[in-house]
Design a protein around this ligand. Structure first.
Ligand code: COA
Length: 283
């Protein structure tokens, strides 16, 4: 499947930012098997796309996603174990394996409804920004299933267990401001500014060295489950690896610009990255 034949996913590219939209607005962007297959292909293609520096995952026409499609993903696949396996594999691959360690920075932009299984992509992206009036809900408890795939696990990895228990066990909706308060998203903004604030974050990310940014996000994620000795070794090795991958030679350039040229302060801004905003073509 090529991204040119997409039915349930929409892709828009704009100055290095690629907006990937779940595109079933009439079903509040509930995720069908077809949508999962298309998202899996799309994200794989964008990971090596030279025009894409940052991926924003969102939903078309006002909603992030109403979760798994209860009709086409659950009920219609009940007696089709092979179809169910194919759909579940694609669903988990793009929502977790791909996004969690994606080579490029990823942002979830949440507006409207974000329900149930949509928490997977919310939690797997590196950053998340919500409209203040977005509606989040772990509805699973209300209809007799668990927050499955990896939702429960990713939830307690991201927010405090008390908040996770409260919202998973009660299944009550909460808004974007509350999502920011409990650390589920980075911040919430008025709906009218959501897209521009998301683009602003993407611009900041594109001003960094892509290789250093990639190593940093991978390191932050990877050390969570390591003990201190493992983390020392891992971070030392990762630090060496950056020097090979970082085409901008950020370390020496930054030191020179700060100490010799006195042209910037690293506390406040990235060093003058040549070609900032362009996609990483070095991988
Ligand atoms: N699966 C399948 N279809 C869904 C869906 C889902 N998760 N969420 C919404 N839809 C469908 C509705 O069945 C309806 O289809 P129809 O027009 O053919 O009847 C359409 O999308 C619009 O939904 P509707 O309920 O009329 O919209 P709303 O704006 O009043 O409410 C929600 C939106 C999200 C609050 C509501 O649809 C809902 O609670 N959905 C279930 C969400 C859920 O529990 N997801 C967890 C799955 S893991």
């Amino acid at each position: 499947m090529s991204s040119e034949n997409l039915r349930s996913v929409k892709v828009e590219k704009e100055n290095g930012i690629t907006w990937v939209m779940l595109n079933r607005p009439e079903k509040r962007n509930a995720m069908s098997p077809q949508l999962h297959l298309e998202m899996d292909t799309t994200l794989a293609e964008l990971e090596t796309d030279p025009e894409t520096s940052v991926v924003v995952v969102t939903g078309a026409e006002g909603n992030f996603s109403a979760g798994q499609d209860l009709k086409t993903f659950f009920r219609e696949l009940e007696n089709d174990p092979a179809g169910r396996k194919r759909a579940a594999e694609a669903a988990n691959r793009w929502r977790w394996e791909r996004l969690y360690m994606y080579d490029k920075p990823t942002i979830a932009m949440v507006h409207g409804y974000c329900v149930g299984g949509a928490f997977m992509q919310l939690l797997a992206t590196d950053f998340a920004i919500a409209a203040e009036d977005a509606t989040f809900c772990l509805s699973e408890v209300n209809w007799g299933i668990l927050p499955g795939a990896l939702v429960s696990k990713a939830l307690v990895d991201t927010i405090l267990p008390r908040h996770a228990l409260y919202y998973a066990c009660l299944g009550v909706p909460f808004d974007g401001k509350e999502a920011a308060r409990i650390g589920l998203v980075n911040y919430a903004v008025p709906k009218a500014r959501l897209r521009e604030e998301t683009a602003a974050l993407a611009q900041k990310l594109m001003a960094k060295s892509p290789a250093v940014l990639r190593a940093t996000k991978q390191a932050i994620r990877s050390v969570r489950t390591m003990d201190f000795g493992q983390a020392y070794d891992y971070l030392a090795a990762k630090g060496q690896a950056i020097k090979v991958a970082d085409k901008e030679d950020s370390y020496h350039t930054g030191i020179r610009q700060f100490l010799d040229e006195k042209s910037y302060k690293p506390t406040y801004e990235p060093f003058r990255l040549k070609g900032a905003g362009k996609a990483d073509k070095t991988k």
